[in-house]
Design a binder for this molecule. Structure first.
Ligand code: ADP
Ligand code: MG
Length: 171
């Protein structure tokens, strides 16, 4: 049975990991957290002093993921999306969160100063949405509001319905 690959992207704190793990619980899909995968395999090529984070070795990340992506049925979670091969994904969801909610979530995560401000700006300027729209066919890119637990339930229902329909249409 053919199954779709789903990309969950958006600014840190919008709820990708929470939603991705929940989809994995309700399906037999494989969940890949690209940040965790890179950390485990030390798939880095340096450290960004300004943003206080390691720089991903994108080529090695892609090599590591390629085989899994071929089989379908993968949920990928990452806060950036322009370096993945376009052909990998059947649908792209960009989670979106209003500032006040996002600010609290990032503060709770221990972000402060420039890192906190930069991430809030990233969301205000819809940087990741634009990145997704320029990296994938516009018709497969969808924004999902992710402000409240009700939003999360609605998003889950919507994604589960979409997955069922995709499987019917493609098998
Ligand atoms: P990301 O993986 O995008 O960085 P997380 O899934 O880690 O985001 O979520 C960040 C925080 O926000 C967590 O504490 C999570 O419980 C909370 N959260 C995520 N989605 C929602 C939502 N739709 N409504 C309320 N809180 C949420
Ligand atoms: Mg996460």
């Amino acid at each position: 049975m053919k199954r779709p690959n789903i990309l969950l992207t958006g600014t840190p704190g919008v709820g990708k990991t929470t939603l991705g793990k929940e989809i994995a619980l309700r399906t037999d899909f494989t969940y890949i957290n690209v940040g965790d995968m890179a950390k485990e395999g030390e798939l880095y090529e340096g450290f960004d002093e300004e943003y206080e984070c390691p720089i991903l070795d994108e080529d090695r990340v892609i090599d590591e993921m390629e085989d899994k992506m071929k089989d379908g049925g993968v949920i990928v979670d990452y806060h950036s999306c322009d370096f993945f091969p376009e052909r990998w994904f059947n649908i792209v969801f960009v989670l979106r969160t209003e500032n006040s909610f996002l600010y609290n979530r990032l503060e709770n995560r221990g972000y402060k100063g420039k890192k906190l401000q930069d991430n809030i700006q990233c969301e205000i300027f819809q940087t990741i949405y634009e990145e997704a729209m320029s990296s994938y066919k516009e018709e497969i890119v969808h924004q999902l509001p992710s402000n409240t637990p009700e939003d999360m339930e609605r998003n889950l229902d919507q994604i589960m319905q979409w997955v069922e329909q995709w499987i019917k249409d493609n098998n």
